[in-house]
Design a binder for this molecule. Structure first.
Ligand code: 5GP
Length: 112
């Protein structure tokens, strides 16, 4: 069974896609912790960061790096939390690598 994120990549489940290239994709989180909460994924299904081949890890980092200021700018956020839950015991619910970009605002109530 393909992961829910692979189903998004394949267009089988709708998502609000904010970026896509040959190997990576980004879309808005369905249950956002803040306005603009975005998930950045490799299109290929790998469970953990260290499962990624080097070239794909590099592509994922490049997309994340490029999108952080774009997402912050889109919601006028001065900062963001950027995080990977890497493994079930660390809170990873979807077994398909994904980075969170969570915009943060002055006095927004503390870290997630
Ligand atoms: P994790 O806890 O695995 O790091 O985060 C998984 C994230 O995926 C959660 O923030 C959750 O809201 C989001 N999510 C789960 N299912 C879907 C979905 O079908 N569509 C979208 N856009 N986000 C999802």
């Amino acid at each position: 069974m393909a992961s829910i994120f692979s189903q998004i990549v394949d267009g089988e489940i709708p998502a609000r896609v904010v970026y896509e290239d040959e190997t990576t994709m980004a879309f808005l989180d369905a249950n956002p912790l803040a306005p603009g909460h975005t998930l950045v994924i490799p299109k290929a299904e790998h469970e953990r960061l260290n499962d990624l081949p080097d070239d794909l890890a590099s592509d994922l980092y490049d997309t994340l790096h490029r999108l952080i200021p774009v997402i912050e700018g889109a919601v006028d956020a001065p900062a963001s939390n950027v995080a990977f839950n890497n493994g079930e015991a660390a809170g990873q619910e979807v077994p398909h690598v994904h980075g969170h970009i969570i915009p943060r605002f002055e006095d927004d109530g503390g870290n997630p």
